[in-house]
Design a protein around this ligand. Structure first.
Ligand SMILES: [Zn+2]
Length: 88
């Protein structure tokens, strides 16, 4: 099993950041500490997230990523509406 698939199942098939369910075809691996900045490819540095967030976060540092995430009210867990679970 590939690392991306393993992490995907470990995370309950949800995006690490926005907690939305992701279809297996849409998963992307996000390196919390970017490879371009010396981050590792080990599991503890990798999370699965949706492509949208992967594009936004890109090569930002961990610090910058946290700021982006914390500033997005819609990404906060518990704020989702019922239909979000269905649309996913
Ligand atoms: Zn997401």
């Amino acid at each position: 099993m590939k690392q991306s698939e393993r992490l995907f199942f470990q995370q309950g098939q949800r995006c690490f950041f926005c907690d939305q369910q992701i279809p297996p075809s849409e998963i992307s691996v996000e390196h919390l500490h970017p490879l371009s900045k010396g981050g590792s490819k080990e599991d503890e540095n990798c999370v699965i997230c949706c492509r949208t967030l992967n594009l936004i976060l890109g090569d930002l540092s961990v610090k910058e990523k946290l700021r982006v995430i914390l500033l997005q009210p819609t990404f906060r867990r518990g704020d989702r509406q019922e239909e979000d679970f269905l649309v996913g």
